[in-house]
Design a protein around this ligand. Sequence first.
Ligand code: BF8
Length: 658
Amino acid sequence: MAEKKTVDPAIIEILEKAEADGVSTAFDRAETTKPCPIGHEGNCCKNCFIGPCRLTGKTTVGVCGATRETVAARNLAREIASGAAAHSDHGRDMAHTLLAAAQGEAPDYRVKDEKKLRVVARYLDVETEGRTKEEIAIDVATKALGEFGRQQGELYYPKRAPLKRQQIWHNLGVTPRGIDREIVETLHRTHMGNDQDAEHILDHAMRTALGDGWGGSMLSTDISDILFGTPVPVAARSNFGILKEDEVNVVVHGHEPTLSELIVVAASDPELIEYAKSKGAKGINLAGICCTANEILMRQGIPVVGNFLSQELAIATGAVDAMVVDIQCIMQGIQAASEPYHTKIITTSPKAKITGATHIEFDEHHALDIAKQIIRLAIDNFPNRKKEKVHIPDFVDHLVAGFSHEYIAYMQGGMYRESFRPLNDAVIQGRIRGGAGVVGCNNPRVTQDDPHLYIVKELIKNDVLVLTTGCNAIACAKQGLLTPEVMEYAGPGLREICQTIGIPPVLHVGSCVDNTRILTILTQMATEGGLGEDISDLPAVGFAPEWMSEKALSIGAYFVASGVTTWMGVGSPVAGSEEVTKIITEGWMDKVGAAYYFEPDPEKAVREALAHIDAARKALKLEEYSPTRYAKSATYLPGDYLSAEEFEKGSYSRSAAS
Ligand code: BF8
């Protein structure tokens, strides 16, 4: 039974324990609580109190006359706006922290990456000549904050996109003006009695999503890099086996790096380590879940326990002394899951409390003190562990993370010749067939990590380089797919390139807000030359195989609006309207050169994506992709990556290759 819920052996093991301990998990609740079939397909309108109107069977319009198209479009637009709001509010907090740090009001933070600060200053038209980094940072933070409430003109960052893309946005009237403004306008337009033309509503949904991708999220990534350092490759470990029986285990979960970066500092404080020893522990062990994990993994190499569906199960090990949460993707179920054990759930954001949890509010002006207070509380809780209830599944995988777009450019040419030329050349020659961003959540409506891993493995087997973020990255980490050594799944051309550069075929580029790094990488490829002039010209695709959150819908929408045809797994939130499905596929293909597909069958999604990549190659007049053209050097053993049947059919032989 548990195998169907997940493919992660650690989760299979701990699910049995959770059940024995009487812990209810999302896996169980997904069995008993089925999705409402009307809302699930986008056919429920509850935008006013005449309803909710359920447009099902013979009911094709609501009491006000709203059609299925209007209702489905409004629902999708609102979901995208909510996702954009979550990402962008996170970005706003980062800007506030940078401002406080630069003004000397947040003494535990500083500008760590001055080079990046100067690059970002250029994007925001901030003068850098002859100025201190603090002076520049004050202006950068102020300009960034201005982008949220901007009332005149358009955002700065869309100007980082290829010129052709900017022109498309301009012609369509979807260049975002202010980040908050587009979100508010979505809520206004979808209020009862406003915008009732599905296509028109969805155009604005694109503009709102672009305000996330080329606004709030991109600012968040940039400012996090300025404050905490631009990631470079770092070796780390993942899965439940990184929890320790004899140490104080603190698990951070959520999204913002501001507190977790200081928890990293506090956890290595010699005084606190001594304090932990005084309570019988051998030390303090810090680990992460979800995107907070990705943030401190990318920059500090802190190990990852698991992705979204691992949160309640981590508690069920009985070994977590404190789970510290901030914002987003935190299930309320963790509080109930903690009850049979001693685990303290600590909420920290002024925006997110959980009934029954301990609230220690984060304030960037006293950040380290608060981080230390939290670690001390976890240490005090260590002696309360119920030893008979502790069981840590012994699964650990190794990984390499930290592939910022800056590092990807650097590794292709070194400090003086940073470039995307080698990557573009590899795509032009057909060594690399194309690129894919594979991102997004877990969703208990599908087997955990199964669609993620299937899609990633199929893509790299077909010589598609994968860029990963969020919970997909953690799924890959738990399967050892983020190591250069694991090439068994990679096709010959991709394998050759990865071995030459010394990188994994799956590059972990960060948390969910860092999907903007993928936009930057695609822009750099489009402008480097030889692969067209725009992101939509590239042989590149997007996937969110197990999406569940509104943030994922916003990411998908800004990928598509940026020219990346994207396949979302699980099911479609607009399945109830053929018209809306057509607008976001064929209609958006005509408008922005990319389609937004919802395809629950991962095999079909991969097939379609490879066909899309090959069609893009053909349109660019590139060599037709052939899996056997390259990698015939002495080290090439085709049997290593062809199935036995394919190998037998092929013209190679091991003896000829050796
Ligand atoms: O922001 S991938 S479940 S953790 S929403 Fe959440 Fe989805 Fe995971 Fe990160 Ni992104």
